[in-house]
Design a protein around this ligand. Structure first.
Ligand SMILES: [Zn+2]
Length: 183
């Protein structure tokens, strides 16, 4: 196994996993190790498959905590829906088939991937805007929406949709979420 940095999230796995389970009891965290994660964006991002979030060793506990609502309220729940609500693991096959099978196609065919990320980030914004302490301001949500939309419309997500569309769609959704959270 590759060496694990001193400030790695891995040293606080238990606590972080409990946090993840507060959103879905089946959720769990795992270290990204092995050759399968060595390609492009997979090396630096968190990836959720079924109930498991795979996270690179060099992420800090804070970074993992910030991304857990996106991964669990978004992607673990998406796998759970694909598994008919029974268990996220059951959703792996249909989920992979319908959505991730499109991973290797370029724009237009990857609308599903764009929608999945928009859904996951919407859940994350709602969660972070409504946190009692250290909540995200509308300005943080707007900045996050624009930055992440550029990734979703960029090479990191294999050009799921044209980048200006992604930015437009994420910004529009962010304003809606902000309006709902602040009324
Ligand atoms: Zn995502």
């Amino acid at each position: 196994m590759a060496s694990i940095p001193a400030n790695s999230w891995w040293h606080q796995k238990g606590e972080l996993e409990l946090f993840a389970k507060s959103f879905d009891p089946a959720a769990r965290l795992s270290l990204k190790t092995g050759w399968v994660w060595k390609f492009g964006a997979l090396r630096t991002f968190a990836t959720t498959i079924g109930r498991t979030m795979y996270i690179p060793a060099n992420w800090t506990p804070d970074a993992v905590q910030r991304v857990i609502p996106h991964e669990v309220l978004g992607h673990v729940k998406q796998f759970r829906y694909a598994g008919l609500g029974i268990h996220p693991t059951l959703g792996i096959f249909p989920g992979m088939f319908f959505f991730y099978a499109l991973m290797f196609f370029p724009i237009f065919l990857a609308w599903g991937r764009y929608r999945l990320e928009l859904h996951a980030d919407t859940k994350s914004w709602q969660y972070h805007l409504n946190m009692p302490v250290n909540n995200w301001s509308p300005a943080i949500v707007r900045a996050r929406a624009e930055r992440f939309a550029k990734l979703v419309g960029g090479k990191e997500y294999l050009y799921s949709v044209p980048r200006p569309w992604a930015v437009w769609g994420f910004k529009r959704r962010a304003e809606k979420v902000i309006k709902e959270a602040t009324k």
